[in-house]
Design a protein around this ligand. Structure first.
Ligand code: ADP
Length: 488
């Protein structure tokens, strides 16, 4: 066992208008999901604090959006550099509060650095347009920052979900109020400490932790918040969409997913399994892009299944500070949801090939651990076919022809990530065109990069993050029509 480290010294307060301030509500404990231990108590607020933060962001907006571009870009790069310098600290904090292995936490921090630098550079490329106009007229399109942004983030990628929202927002010239997930506030605090250190002017980025419903309502009801960006469950996304209707704000929603992973008989089996296992067990399956329904063409059923079970048998589980493939799940509720899906599937005829239950003895006793699992014989009668699985479970479904595979893959409310493995270019083209998903990995699982648009269709949400499409979410388009007087 590697030497385990404890929580480094860290702020525990809200960050509003450049000040660390105590909230008015009772503090909340942050729990280490690998040990069940309390790490620290953090300050909590509600409507009152959120409205103060919105006010601060409103005040800072003309300062930040009007700042000399070079200066703004330099601050953004400085934030990226500080994140890089503090990568080990940020990764440790993440592993302690979220559970993922340190190696993965470091990978997430690396993505933060990339996102920050990429968006910093993109601030220089907010190109407008001129459109051919009648003589003595000019048609011009300007892109301007939308204003104050409210951002709500989840616990599964507690650092990168924040950077993914804040970096394009502030790069566009917006100011932000962030509400991180209740169980992973420390990753947010650690980033805000670096915003402060980098010299981000006061009020540009504000941090409010506390009552989710009060903060969400305050964002939705405020006419000053011109954009709401949310990553989380479809249910909460629907609620925020509805609540935001009154103030007609622009909204981006990155919601649930239930990714199909389609394997055709000509795919190289071991390479495909390696890609599947790596993607599935990343963050212990707690990702909206996790492959959740594995469709395999009948002729390779036996070989694929045997090799998959062997690979899953090699997945190691433990405290994220040790050298393991996966850590615990986030909490007890997460285990209950998975237990319920597996019980339902078994009752309806599915067979557990490996795993299928909790790990709760010995070193696993106080954490929320679960066995890496493969279940065979999954059908559309089972909850697991339609409900998002946020955990280490691989359900296998077999198919006979390409149209059946596409039909089954599209048989979902969700439409975020999808994957297809085949050497046949015609087939890859057909499947990637017909899949009703915002993201398609053909012979790979790399659907998320700083420069490429990320987002879903159907109940997986609205809008895109990353890339130029991600920044556009924080901009308004203004049309300016100028006429030149031709006579004095
Ligand atoms: P998850 O299942 O990933 O926890 P949630 O949608 O519950 O998904 O949480 C994602 C984020 O949304 C978290 O920051 C959470 O605190 C927040 N949240 C939960 N309920 C509400 C709400 N009613 N209004 C606004 N935000 C909410």
């Amino acid at each position: 066992m590697a030497t385990r480290q404890s929580l480094p010294e860290i702020q525990t307060k809200l960050f509003i208008d450049g000040q660390w301030v105590e909230g008015t509500m009772d503090k909340k404990a942050v729990i280490n999901p690998a040990t069940g231990e309390e790490l620290v108590q953090v300050s909590q607020g509600g409507k009152e604090e959120t409205n103060k933060a919105i006010e601060a962001a409103k005040k800072a907006f003309p300062v930040w959006s009007g700042m000399e571009l070079k200066e703004r870009v330099a601050i953004l790069h400085k934030v990226a550099d500080l994140i890089e310098e503090n990568a080990d600290r940020l990764a440790l904090i993440m592993t302690l509060e979220q559970g993922k292995p340190l190696k993965e936490a470091k990978g997430e921090i690396k993505t933060d650095v990339e996102n920050m630098h990429w968006n910093a550079e993109e601030a220089r490329r907010v190109y407008g347009e001129t459109i051919p106009a009648p003589n003595n007229h000019k048609f011009e399109v300007k892109k301007q920052p939308i204003g104050v942004v409210g951002a709500i983030t989840p616990w599964n990628f507690p650092s990168n979900m924040i950077i993914r929202k804040i970096s394009p927002a502030i790069s566009a010239g917006c100011t932000v109020v962030l509400k991180p997930a209740g169980n992973t506030p420390l990753s947010a605090i650690a980033i805000f400490e670096l915003f402060e250190k980098a010299g981000l002017p006061k009020g540009v980025a504000n941090l409010v932790m506390g009552s989710a419903s009060e903060i969400g309502e305050a964002f939705a009801e405020s006419s000053d918040v011109r954009k709401l960006t949310f990553t989380g469950s479809t249910e909460v996304g629907q609620l925020l969409y509805e609540q935001s209707g009154q103030t007609l704000k622009k909204i981006s929603l990155e919601l649930g997913g239930h990714a199909p992973f389609i394997v055709f008989k000509d795919a190289p089996i071991q390479q495909t399994i390696d890609a599947l296992v790596a993607m599935k067990f990343r963050n212990n399956g707690q990702a909206c892009t996790a492959p959740n329904r594995i469709f395999v063409e009948e002729p390779i059923k036996k070989e694929f299944t045997e090799k998959l079970v062997k690979a899953v048998g090699e997945v190691t589980v433990g405290n994220g500070q040790d050298d393991v493939t996966v850590g615990p799940l986030i909490n007890e509720e997460a285990r209950e949801t998975i237990d319920a899906q597996i019980t339902d599937a078994k009752e309806k005829g599915a067979e557990v090939l490996i795993g299928g239950g909790r790990l709760d003895e010995g070193e696993y006793k106080d954490g929320f651990f679960y066995q890496p699992t493969v279940i065979d014989g999954v059908t559309t009668e089972m909850d697991i076919f339609y409900e998002e699985t946020f955990g280490p479970v691989i359900p296998l479904i077999f198919f006979n022809d390409e149209d059946q595979a596409i039909q089954l893959a599209n048989d979902s409310h969700f439409g975020l990530a999808s994957y297809v493995f085949t050497k046949d270019l015609r087939l890859a083209e057909k499947v990637s065109t017909e899949l009703e998903y915002g993201l398609v990995g053909v012979n790979n699982t790399g659907v998320s990069q700083s420069e490429t648009p990320f987002g879903g269709v159907k109940y997986s949400g609205l809008g895109r993050e990353n890339g130029k499409h991600g920044i556009e979410e924080f901009q308004e388009v203004k049309f300016v029509h100028t006429t030149y007087f031709t006579e004095n």
